[in-house]
Design a protein around this ligand. Structure first.
Ligand SMILES: C[S@@+](CC[C@H](N)C(=O)[O-])C[C@H]1O[C@@H](n2cnc3c(N)ncnc32)[C@H](O)[C@@H]1O
Length: 274
């Protein structure tokens, strides 16, 4: 991330979520605000049309299903009684503005530059900001998250559900561990969904080629991938931190669950519960 600029990968992900609304049928993730929140940036979707259609469809579907998975897991957490949702690195995620769960407070945490820009996009698109949305500008690498969330009103005596989508690969291990440690300090019933990149050494040649192509694109946007995990090592860390219930989905499991045909690039989705 550049300090004074909104995240360029946040724009790229939002463009693909919007393209999913227009190009894919049936939709795996229905987001009527995905296009409006882009405003003038929507014009960039035309440029994306020139990209390799098969590879781009698979990436687009992965990004769409990642949001769907988070919102499915959130709905289950809400059914179990959770009333706080924290989006870490919210980007242009629109959940807060179409929240179907009465009484659910939504905390949008993001890098200050991205969050400032998002709020101007929301205003320009005349999207209504519900009362239960709280903005928390934080740089994960430099500022303590717990203090920022508590001053914003997160109740650490009550469970919370966290979504951390498209952020972990860009972090240092220190920022990853301190954020996960904070989530682990929340009450039982709390949980987190995040995606991560599997250890490159464990990928097939085809997966590695697809991963390298994506890594090259995000690096060119100034936000290189820095963090990958070996699956067993990550699960041990999660268990040690107090997350006994872990669901970890690779392309095959995602395809089976959501009836998709993603091709793998080593991107995985995890849901872990305290
Ligand atoms: C690829 S985008 C994903 C955005 C959103 N979660 C989504 O799925 O559309 C990465 C997000 O992580 C945020 N981010 C990256 N590094 C960060 C940092 N050090 N502190 C706070 N946010 C950060 C960016 O501002 C951006 O919103």
């Amino acid at each position: 991330m550049q300090d004074h600029e909104p995240s360029r990968t946040a724009i790229s992900v939002a463009l693909r979520r919007a393209a999913h609304q227009v190009l894919d049928s049936p939709k795996i993730f229905d987001d009527p605000l995905a296009l409006p929140i882009l405003g003038r940036y929507a014009a960039r979707m035309e440029k994306m049309a020139a990209e390799d259609p098969q590879a781009m469809r698979s990436l687009r579907l992965f990004l769409a299903v990642r949001s769907r998975f988070a919102e499915d897991e959130l709905a289950a957490a809400v059914a179990r009684g959770t009333r706080q949702y924290v989006l870490l690195g919210a980007g242009l995620d629109t959940f807060a503005y179409r929240n179907p769960h009465p009484g659910l407070r939504v905390f949008e945490v993001d890098h200050p530059a991205t969050q400032h820009w998002k709020r101007s996009q929301i205003e320009a698109a005349a999207i209504t900001v519900p009362e239960k949305v709280v903005y928390v500008p934080v740089d994960f690498e430099r500022q303590p998250l717990p203090e920022a969330l508590q001053s914003a009103g997160l109740d650490t005596a009550q469970s919370a559900f966290f979504a951390w989508l498209g952020v972990v690969p860009y972090l240092t291990i220190e920022a990853f561990e301190s954020t996960l440690g904070f989530i682990a300090s929340m009450p039982a019933g709390s949980g987190v969904v995040f995606d991560y990149g599997a250890d490159p050494a464990k990928l097939s040649d085809v997966e590695r080629a697809a991963r390298n192509a994506l890594a090259g694109r995000v690096a060119a946007l100034g936000e290189p991938f820095r963090l990958f995990f070996d699956l067993d090592d990550l699960h041990s860390r999660l268990v040690r931190l107090g997350f006994p219930q872990i669901e970890d989905l690779g392309a095959d499991e995602i395809n089976a669950r959501y009836n998709l045909s993603l091709t793998g690039r080593g991107g995985r989705l995890i849901s872990a519960r305290l």
